[in-house]
Design a protein around this ligand. Structure first.
Ligand SMILES: *[C@@H]1O[C@H](CO)[C@@H](O)[C@H](O)[C@H]1NC(C)=O
Ligand SMILES: *[C@@H]1O[C@H](CO)[C@@H](O)[C@H](O)[C@H]1NC(C)=O
Ligand SMILES: *[C@@H]1O[C@H](CO)[C@@H](O)[C@H](O)[C@H]1NC(C)=O
Ligand SMILES: *[C@@H]1O[C@H](CO)[C@@H](O)[C@H](O)[C@H]1NC(C)=O
Length: 384
């Protein structure tokens, strides 16, 4: 106090000192802002009322602030678990299996085709069915009694993610299941079992599509309520139809931080008419943040979005030809289309263990009337 009083007396007479004092004050304000900013961000959930009476949203405090930051307590907890699980070599069992997880409203229209696919490979696969609407009628012994407890799932809803977790958790109960494939009732296999089994088990990645879409149906679905843990630069898009190695399946089950963020901030029909679909954003964003090198970035389930409509092209009986299957099985790069007006096509080369390989093992979407032609082609070994 004495010193400030003394300074003031001098400054009244000396303009050089006024300038010096202004500089000192600016410097102190700058240092204060710099030192305390991370603290405010870190404690945004409980202490942010200190600077604003409006609430605890980081975006109110720092509308354009996406600079590097300190991690929240929950983020540190989450990252330490993921890091350890990634370093941990999963138990190798004598009879590794691929788990096929079917998400369907009811009966599976391509069950007969899947039966042909599985036949002769007993002991190397397991099947789980999440039937969200009605109890399926089975035509294949492989599917009988394979339903798990299910809940209703409507298109695009967050219940979809909960159903995926339910399927993963049930399949994880069997330690032989080393790789997990999520499929819908309109998916078909486009390779023989042996090929699929080797492709999935002798790799060290999960096949999950992940790309950066700057358009309205990509990053346009992001909202700052996801801060501080999910920043817009980390938000990604990708198809729901993944395959996942065991380690990643466990990491997904262990996650509650990002799961909760998406559950509350990425759903259809949110406030202001905003739509977000967690099935297209949660896992791509999650793995992009926590293990980007552990995912392929493309999906092994083929889909045709080239028509630019709300739903992808569906193939009916008239579309099924030897040539169509050849086209699907020979592709070795995978396109991702952005949703902005330019509709840029991003290309991922399909690299498997360091070399370019065919991208697709499965395909969607198929109408039930395609079954007979597909079964006929399946017996022609040169088609699959
Ligand atoms: C992957 O590539 C390495 C190096 O080229 C090779 O030694 C290994 O056998 C390959 N793995 C499989 C499953 O093909
Ligand atoms: C997938 O993309 C991420 C981010 O662009 C990259 O770091 C990663 O290496 C890619 N994965 C593979 C298997 O190439
Ligand atoms: C997977 O294997 C490839 C080739 O063998 C290697 O370059 C890559 O680092 C491995 N990735 C992980 C996540 O272990
Ligand atoms: C498979 O289909 C192709 C194209 O229709 C045909 O040329 C070939 O003879 C078929 N092979 C068998 C074993 O049926």
């Amino acid at each position: 106090m004495m010193m400030i009083g003394g300074l003031r007396k001098h400054t009244l007479r000396n303009p050089t000192l006024i300038i010096a004092l202004v500089c000192v004050v600016c410097f102190v304000m700058f240092i204060t802002a710099y030192v305390f900013t991370p603290t405010i961000r870190r404690r945004s959930s409980d202490k942010c009322n200190f600077f604003t009476s409006e609430g605890c949203r980081v975006r109110d405090l720092f509308p354009n602030a996406y600079f590097s930051r300190e991690l929240t307590d929950q983020e540190i907890e989450s990252r330490v678990v993921v890091k350890d699980l990634l370093n941990f070599v999963p138990l190798q069992t004598k009879t590794p299996k691929v788990a096929f997880l079917f998400m369907t409203p009811g009966s599976l229209p391509f069950e007969k085709l899947w039966h042909m696919f599985f036949q002769g490979h007993e002991g190397r696969f397991s099947i789980y069915v999440h039937a969200s609407k009605e109890k399926p009628v089975h035509v294949s012994k492989y599917f009988v009694g394979r339903e798990i407890h299910s809940e209703p799932v409507s298109w695009g809803s967050f219940a979809m993610i909960e159903a995926e977790r339910r399927l993963l958790a049930n399949a994880l109960l069997d330690p032989d299941n080393q790789h997990f494939v999520l499929l819908s009732e309109s998916c078909i296999p486009i390779r023989h079992f042996e090929f699929v089994y080797n492709y999935l088990l002798f790799t060290n990645v999960s096949f999950l599509e992940c790309y950066f879409d700057t358009g309205p149906h990509g990053n346009g679905r992001y909202i700052e309520y996801m801060l501080p843990e999910v920043e817009q630069k980390d938000f990604r898009k990708g198809s729901q139809w993944f395959t996942m190695k065991r380690q990643h399946a466990i990491i997904v089950i262990a996650d509650s931080l990002y799961f909760t963020k998406f559950k509350y901030h990425c759903r259809p029909n949110m406030e202001g008419g905003r739509n977000c679909y967690s099935d297209e954003h949660y896992l791509p964003t999650f793995f992009n943040m926590l293990d980007p090198g552990g995912i392929s970035n493309w999906s092994v389930t083929y889909v045709d979005w080239s028509e630019g409509k709300w739903h992808p092209k569906s193939f009916g009986a008239q579309d099924i030809t030897f040539q169509l299957l050849k086209t699907l099985t020979s592709a070795n790069q995978s396109p991702h289309i952005t949703s902005d007006s330019k509709r840029t096509v991003l290309i991922t080369p399909c690299m498997w263990n360091g070399s370019k390989r065919p991208c697709y093992l499965f395909a969607r979407k198929f109408y039930p009337d395609a079954l007979d032609k597909l079964m006929f082609l399946f017996t022609n070994t040169t088609a699959f």
